[in-house]
Ligand binder design. Structure first.
Ligand SMILES: C[S@@+](CC[C@H](N)C(=O)[O-])C[C@H]1O[C@@H](n2cnc3c(N)ncnc32)[C@H](O)[C@@H]1O
Length: 285
């Protein structure tokens, strides 16, 4: 731990005590592990809230968060989540979905009157991940409108969910999407909106956004064919990772697929999956 510093070169005084309080709050509310090396990040993110609220030191901000029923806790959590995402991020997952997972789901449903498909994007951020999944579903299942098909997309951060529901993105944020897909699944803005795109209704209609804290109870009914849990576990401590991975196994169909992020591994965390590809895991039936 760094010694107590009256950081005179900074806009706001930020003490060890303030950092400890905020990191404990982040761990309690969201399972987010803010280690000592995140001190500058916390300062930078939370300083924005102090400016908005016209508060001139962290001590006062922490007092506000200590008040029961305060409305700031949600904003604090939103400020410390990391929401980096992109369309077709780690594209090999979408190829696996298209070439392996979906054909298997189609085969499983061959005799079903109402074929069923459920995918969960857990920690969906601004929606680019679930909308990428929806594009693949539309491309691979011609008669998807005759299916009971849903993508559940959840996040703790209410700000990113708001963006996700709007489904409008700056045009430079869709670079990873092929021109063919852009043409097929996105509406290009015109006039004042020329620098943005909107996801088409047939894609939006497959996705259901909900606020959900992965470290709390999940109001989830039924099972999923696959779960995308990518680039979220890295922010949690090991016991939280273990707990969530095992609960995902309870929510997956037998042989269901779990996708995790490029720097995440299940080794030593859960024995309920086998590795079937690069950061791709299958539930052991
Ligand atoms: C880096 S983004 C990953 C987005 C997407 N899955 C991807 O890989 O592109 C991590 C997301 O996890 C969310 N998150 C963090 N803690 C969470 C929690 N306890 N419950 C639910 N979501 C959480 C954050 O709000 C953030 O949007």
């Amino acid at each position: 731990m760094k010694p107590f510093v009256h950081n005179i070169d900074k806009e706001f005084i930020f003490t060890d005590e303030d950092f400890i309080f905020l990191s404990q709050l982040a761990a309690q509310h969201a399972g987010i592990n803010l280690t000592e090396d995140k001190r500058e990040l916390v300062y930078g993110r939370v300083a924005k809230r102090l400016r908005i609220l016209n508060i001139d030191n962290f001590k006062e901000y922490c007092s506000l968060l200590r008040q029961e029923g305060n409305e700031e806790s949600g904003h604090f959590i939103n400020s410390i989540t990391t929401n980096v995402t992109s369309f077709f991020r780690e594209n090999h997952h979408f190829e696996h979905l298209a070439n392996n997972v979906i054909p298997e789901i189609i085969r499983k449903n061959a005799n079903a009157k109402l074929p069923r498909l459920r995918i969960w994007s857990a920690g969906c951020s601004t929606g680019k991940e679930p909308y990428s999944i929806a594009m693949v579903l539309r491309e691979k299942i011609d008669n998807i409108d005759c299916w009971d098909a849903k993508i559940l997309a959840t996040d703790l951060d209410s700000d990113v969910l708001h963006t996700a529901e709007q489904a409008i993105y700056p045009i430079d944020g869709v670079d990873q999407v092929s021109d063919e897909r852009k043409k097929k699944w996105m509406l290009m803005g015109t006039g004042d909106n020329a620098s943005s795109v909107k996801i088409k209704k047939e894609i939006r209609d497959l996705v259901y956004f909900k606020q959900l804290n992965l470290t709390e109870q999940w109001p989830i009914h039924g099972t999923f064919d696959c779960i995308f849990f990518r680039n979220v576990a890295i922010y949690f401590k090991r016991p939280t990772q273990v707990n969530i991975l095992n609960r995902f196994a309870d929510c997956l169909d037998s042989n269901g697929t779990l996708f995790v992020g490029h720097s995440e591994s299940l080794i030593g965390l859960s024995e309920r999956y086998i590795n079937t590809g690069q950061t791709i895991h299958q539930k052991i039936a």
